[in-house]
Design a protein around this ligand. Structure first.
Ligand code: AMP
Length: 197
């Protein structure tokens, strides 16, 4: 099963992608995690992209497309994957279609977590506080100023993907404001009906 999970920053993509991945025995592929790991390891990719992430802007399309194209060929993704945080632009979505088609693959579904924007800032502050309380490192981009830039990028560049995937008949929208377990159940039901139904 090959899936894309869409949603604004703070909508709960990471949490839900991880649960869906476990439930369906597929790999969670988070471009944000990959880029943060690269930054922590000080690789050329990490050094090139760290300051962009810290500002809340989007990493150039060609960089992130190359990362994903390489990642989906790895053995642990052979059984399928849920992409979390990719694609984020129309160019990335088109590149993903091409990369999958070249491998004689396609997407089975695109899930979108719908969340009212007013709630997002509260969630981001909560996420930063939770990490601090547990003495975990707080993401440098989880602060109100940078969050505004991330939301702007989402509105301008990622929102058009909803129509792109709707027109392909792949889109399933779930209310992301519900309790975490209910969101997971609704995503699972949407997948069972679209992929096995
Ligand atoms: P995330 O963890 O998905 O919120 O991503 C954190 C940051 O990584 C984003 O704000 C971007 O700077 C960068 N990033 C992650 N995925 C992408 C992508 N598909 N395209 C461009 N930038 C990305």
């Amino acid at each position: 099963m090959r899936l894309v999970l869409l949603g604004a920053p703070g909508a709960g993509k990471g949490t839900q992608a991880s649960r869906i991945a476990k439930r369906f025995g597929i790999q969670q592929l988070s471009t944000g995690d990959m880029l943060r790991e690269a930054a922590a390891a000080g690789t050329p990719l990490g050094l090139r992209t760290k300051h962009i992430i810290d500002r809340g802007e989007l990493v150039p399309d060609e960089v992130v497309i190359a990362v994903v194209a390489n990642r989906i060929d790895q053995a642990d993704a052979a059984n399928g994957f849920v992409l979390d945080g990719f694609p984020r632009t129309l160019l990335q979505a088109e590149a993903l279609d091409r990369e999958l088609a070249a491998r004689r693959m396609g997407l089975d579904a695109v899930l979108e977590l719908e969340v009212n924007e007013d709630v997002l800032l509260v969630r981001i502050k909560g996420r930063a506080q939770e990490a601090a309380d547990q003495s975990q490192s707080v993401r440098r981009d989880d602060n109100p100023e940078v969050f505004k830039t991330r939301l702007k990028a989402y509105r301008a560049q990622t929102v058009p993907l909803t129509e792109y995937y709707r027109s392909q008949g792949l889109l399933k929208i779930v209310d992301g404001l519900q309790p975490i377990d209910i969101v997971t159940e609704e995503l699972t039901t949407a997948l069972r009906t679209s992929c096995y139904g």
